[in-house]
Design a protein around this ligand. Structure first.
Ligand code: AMP
Length: 547
């Protein structure tokens, strides 16, 4: 027997329509590349997104057409998200920190037909345009009177001019909720990047899940500033979550340094933010150096790579900001788990609670997870046994764009597909997951595993250390041994011996790195994660003193 309820497709356009109708005067505030602060409401955004969708239609865009963006977090980017997706097309966000050759490769692989960009990126676009013959129209996201001329891009269009040509009578179409809405490529640290193609259904369900109180916990009382870029897995879903709950949205544009962020936090009354650990280093340094306090900021999601425990403590103890440690991946839209306390944890001493905050956390309903051994057998949830982390759920990829790499799933006895995350993790009896390492970063010493994340977290807690990375280096007896690579804070000094002594009593003795190397800066990839591939290359000829 079938249920007798309405069959309304879950489409992203309904999120913005809801915001326009029920939170119509809630604001979207953007720091623009033009330099000023722009403010308007969800109602304005919805109207302009409809105009833009109709204008894209006039240019010949139709269902399934990919509209690429190379842009910071800003209101025009929001309009393209909803215009392209809401009309039945696909918004394909591209990370501007990638090499132009990689960007051109991705544009061609994705089959992008339209390409919108902040004019900060004009040099990149000029370099790739001749290599991307499939792109039918290039659109500059800037005020019409600031429109640049470009010999390399004949017929360059303008976002505002285009919008003015669109019709406000245009209405959002209804179609199958399984239609594609957004495309994001994985960072591709090994081999070519692969595309995760989200559907309307997966995106709306992810937003519902993300908004839950023990997940991101977003509400209409919040003022949310995603530091995480809209080109990094759709800013972790916030461009959908914020209008869904009616939160005021603050978009920081290109100014992601500590000072600019702090000023925007204070001026707009930001309560909530989200970003990778590296951006918070900059903010915390600025706030500490100038003796500042936050007036409204009270919690932030930190994920994308392991949040150093020292950062969680500093935020909580010195600034009263709750850190919600989160784990996810491009292939998961991206949220999988977040670490928040449950009733049973409330009476625990602070040190025990801190241990929970350091975990990557509990799944959001919708995601199921397990850890398996190399033989595929499921491993116990005892908080000690580590294994390959596998996930399934309605916002997890089942296949990559273009069928790249074949079927990525691993099937269990019931024939259910699980996505192998490539992460190694433990799960405790209460279902809290903790990442041990990326499986390719874990250090294999004498048949046992050493977590590079644990060693990095401890090193970062040393007052002289700005950033740290640990890689495995070949060793004749043990296979691999850990090498600690550190960048010091400006003006700070510490010796190799002092750093190694800093580990004493905090880890098993055999985990202690065999050596320390000092570098000016730890190389970071396009999404702010440590580029271990680069470090492995850099230290290829390095020999451990113990070898
Ligand atoms: P990406 O798809 O580029 O966002 O990368 C996803 C990967 O980032 C995951 O598979 C993890 O290895 C890593 N990652 C994300 N969040 C965390 C976290 N909170 N702690 C440790 N690793 C993380």
């Amino acid at each position: 027997m079938q249920g007798l309820m309405m069959d309304m497709p879950l489409l992203i356009s309904s999120i913005l329509q809801h915001a326009a109708r029920h939170h119509g005067d809630a604001e979207i505030v953007s720091r623009r590349i033009e330099g000023d602060i722009h403010r308007y409401t969800y109602a304005d955004c919805e109207r302009r997104a409809r105009r833009l969708a109709s204008a894209l239609g006039q240019l010949g865009a139709g269902p399934g057409d990919r509209v690429a963006t190379l842009a910071w977090n800003g209101y025009r980017h929001m309009e393209i998200y909803y215009a392209a997706g809401g009309m039945g097309g696909v918004v394909h966000t591209i990370n501007p920190r990638l090499h132009p050759d990689q960007i051109a490769w991705i544009v061609n692989h994705a089959g992008d037909r339209f390409f919108a960009f902040d004019i900060t990126f004009l040099p990149i676009v000029e370099a790739i345009a001749p290599k991307c013959p499939g792109v039918k129209a290039w659109i500059a996201m800037v005020d019409a009177d600031r429109q640049p001329g470009s010999a390399a891009i004949p017929g360059l269009l303008n976002h505002e001019t285009l919008l003015a040509q669109g019709s406000e009578d245009w209405q959002w179409p209804q179609f199958d909720e399984r239609s594609a809405v957004a495309l994001c490529y994985t960072s591709g640290t090994t081999g070519n990047p692969k595309g995760a193609l989200y559907s309307h259904r997966s995106t709306v369900l992810h937003a519902y899940g993300a908004a839950l109180p023990d997940a991101m916990g977003a509400s209409a009382r919040d003022v949310i500033l995603p530091v995480v870029p809209m080109f990094h897995v759709n800013a972790w879903g916030l461009p959908y979550v914020c209008p869904m709950v009616g939160a005021k949205l603050v978009l920081p544009g290109p100014a992601l340094d500590g000072k600019s962020l702090y000023e925007l936090f204070e001026a707009e009354g930001v309560t909530y933010s989200a970003g990778v650990p590296t951006v918070w280093l900059g903010l915390l340094q600025h706030v500490a150096a100038n003796g500042l306090r936050f007036s409204t900021f009270n919690r932030t999601v930190i994920g994308g790579s392991a949040c150093p425990p020292a950062m969680i403590r500093t935020f909580r103890e010195q600034y009263g900001v709750d850190v919600i440690h989160a784990w996810g991946m491009t292939e998961l839209s991206p949220l999988g788990t977040l670490s928040r306390l449950q009733n049973r944890h409330l009476s625990l001493p602070a040190a025990e609670q801190q241990k929970i905050f350091e975990k990557q956390g509990h799944v959001i309903f919708g995601i199921d997870m397990k850890i398996t051994g190399d033989d595929g057998a499921e491993l116990p949830w005892d908080g000690k046994t580590y294994g390959n982390l596998m996930v399934r759920g309605p916002w997890v990829v089942r296949e990559y764009f273009g069928g790249e790499g074949g079927d990525p799933l691993v099937y269990d006895e019931q024939g259910r597909g699980w996505f192998p995350t490539g992460d190694v993790a433990t799960i405790d009896a209460q279902g809290y997951m903790q990442i041990t390492d990326r499986s390719k970063d874990v250090i294999k010493s004498g048949g046992e595993w050493i977590s590079s994340i644990d060693l990095e977290n401890l090193a970062i807690a040393h007052p002289a250390v700005a950033n740290a990375a640990v890689i495995g280096v070949a060793h004749p007896k043990w296979d691999e041994r850990p090498l600690l690579i550190v960048a010091l804070k400006p003006g700070a000094s510490v010796t190799r011996e002092e750093l190694l002594a800093f580990y004493e009593g905090k880890i098993a003795k055999w985990w202690t790195p065999d050596d320390v190397q000092f570098v000016d800066a730890i190389p970071l990839g396009a999404t702010g994660k440590i580029l271990k591939t680069r470090l492995r290359e850099q230290f290829r000829d390095y020999r451990l003193p113990t070898a």
